[in-house]
Design a protein around this ligand. Sequence first.
Ligand code: 5BU
Length: 487
Amino acid sequence: MPSTVTMDLQKVKALAVNMFKCGAVKFGSFQLKSGIYSPIYFDLRVIISKPDIMNQISDYIWAEMESRYSFDSICGVPYTALPIATLVSANRSVPMILRRKEAKMYGTGKLVEGAYKPGWRCLIIEDVVTTGSSILETAESLRQHGLVVEEAIVILDREQGGDQNLENHGIKMTSLLQVQPLLIALETEGLITSEQKSKVETFLSRTTSKFNLKLDNLFKKKLIPRMTCTASKKLLRIMYKKKTNLCLAADLQNWTEVLEVARTLGPHICLLRTHIDTYNLENYYQVVEFRKHLKDLATKFDFMIMEDRKFADIGSTVQRQLTSKPFEIAQWADMVTVHGLPGPGVLQCFEGLENIAVVVIAEMSSTGNLGRKVSDYKHECLKITDGYDKIVAGFVSHSKIRVDRKDTFFLQFTPGVALNDYTGGDGLGQQYVYVDDAILDRGADVIIVGRGILKHGNENWREVAEEFQRNGWSALVQKLMNKFRDT
Ligand code: 5BU
């Protein structure tokens, strides 16, 4: 859904002209952070010294929102939108709250300041939106504090996908100005030439679509075709389509709760990991019912299923374990984990099983695990997969695993991942790393998260999962873009 612009043309024109005259929008040639030159530059900070424009914006914001949305509080995203929010708050008697960029290390250490009540609807105000990430960060904190965030209003939408991104996270965005109407207004007022206008239009459409094209190319031409295993190809397709590299470790005891979490988080995950023998399934019929529902959800929401069975026996036993009742893993799981310990036989026994792929555990996340301690264990796990490229989807590893086989691509799955609010382990050997660390430093392609999400009440599962999804996806894109920069 595109962001809403309901302001009449006169207002758009008046605001556009003021922005131009005070230097908040400039035309010329400006070098951006990325090194490229842009023919347009927005710097809305200058408006804080222009009381007339501040009043104008505050009035327009009020006019846009007041009749349409009933909110109990407002919150400006630091810094430029802060004084604007203050104006709206003081002039219209709506309580303002403030979300810090960093928590204070002393005093109360609070991230959200002000007097508010849980359940209050809070309108977020922002100056310029590109991807919407600052609004999302703010919304997350506010939501964690019990506030309801459904709407945001921005002065200028750069029309680079921010509105859709926010919409995906349940936030409707309204903008006073968008680039296109701004350009039209300035041209009609004779403040810019039609050449300047079309130069900016070409630049903006090229830079956005260039990035998308690059990413599309990377997944469709460089990564997916180089995966030999059908399951990893499918997983990558899902990851790209849904923009997520989050795998949920559905570690709940009650099987109906496992289905509930799958239903709630289905849109945000690419993979769901089961430990089917830990669920309270009482008989074979329940197992069949459970896996049927789970498969239906996987189809509905487009995610794959990995049973974390950790087989570690000789091939002939594993073969029987895969098909024996009650779990009959080979019938419903898309992937299953195995230890490398038994050697290649543990992979050989999968030959002929077409619908299930293998993920080899090379280095566990727990303290003192042998994958980390025994030199070369990890590398030996890699070696046993030689000749089994079609069967092996990838590796579980808590640190980078270097595949030196030419032209073969495997996925790295990394468990023991937490958000930045977490330190330490679980007291039983589990070790955690942060999302960025897991992906950028330790090589993860897919992050496996259980308690990081499930420790929260089910009313918060979605919100926390979305944060893992967002952080995970942007780190993965960053990692892949770097890796394939010169190819
Ligand atoms: P957590 O709640 O995010 O700590 O759960 C991690 C999940 O991944 C859990 O189901 C473990 O059994 C699983 N896991 C792991 O934590 N570390 C490993 O090395 C392997 C699996 Br293999």
